[in-house]
Design a protein around this ligand. Structure first.
Ligand code: PNS
Length: 162
């Protein structure tokens, strides 16, 4: 049986912390699907298509990683994809409460699905998409915080080219 794990999130934009987690997850599962949530209430900086394209480009070197979008309940999507687990990152203790609540609720909804938590490299433990957006919007440098294609897209977007 193929072991499949879903890595869900908003990825607005994807960061080096996300990539670190994708690479770690892809090492221990046969297939890792990065699943971008559609129809979020908040107004995203990047469209779904842009986020898909950036994630595909930054994971080109990972043959067992694919990128998809999903709507509705994560557990329904994960079971539909034949996955056994959901991957989530925990950077600091402040992530724990929200992640625990979500993992336990997902378990209540679908007991067959496990949540696997992984820690990103320490260097990314303070990194978040929200901070990257804010820094870039205020003219700060995001080099080293996001993969190169994402940095390029951020600069283009904020200079009004896309
Ligand atoms: O990047 P994020 O915002 O931390 O990701 C949150 C995400 C997409 C994992 C979460 O909002 C989610 O799973 N949404 C799908 C709807 C759902 O299943 N809600 C019940 C969660 S217990």
């Amino acid at each position: 049986m193929k072991r499949i794990i879903i890595y869900p999130g908003s990825f607005d934009p994807p960061t080096n912390g996300h990539l670190d987690l994708i690479e770690r997850g892809a090492k221990i599962f046969d297939e890792l699907v990065v699943a971008i949530l559609l129809n979020e209430e908040k107004q995203p900086l990047f469209s779904i298509e842009e986020r898909c394209a950036m994630l595909r480009e930054m994971t080109r070197h990972c043959p067992n990683v694919s990128v998809d979008t999903f709507d509705g309940l994560l557990v329904d999507y994960a079971v539909g994809r034949g996955a056994q687990a959901v991957l989530r990152g925990i950077r600091a203790i402040s992530d724990y409460e929200y992640e625990l609540q979500m993992a336990l609720m997902n378990r209540k909804l679908e007991p067959r699905l496990e949540t696997v938590f992984m820690m990103p490299a320490l260097a990314y433990s303070y990194l978040s998409s929200r901070l990257v957006r804010e820094i870039a919007q205020l003219g700060g440098a995001v080099t080293g915080l996001v993969p190169e294609p994402v940095e390029k897209q951020l600069l283009e977007k904020l200079n009004g080219k896309t």
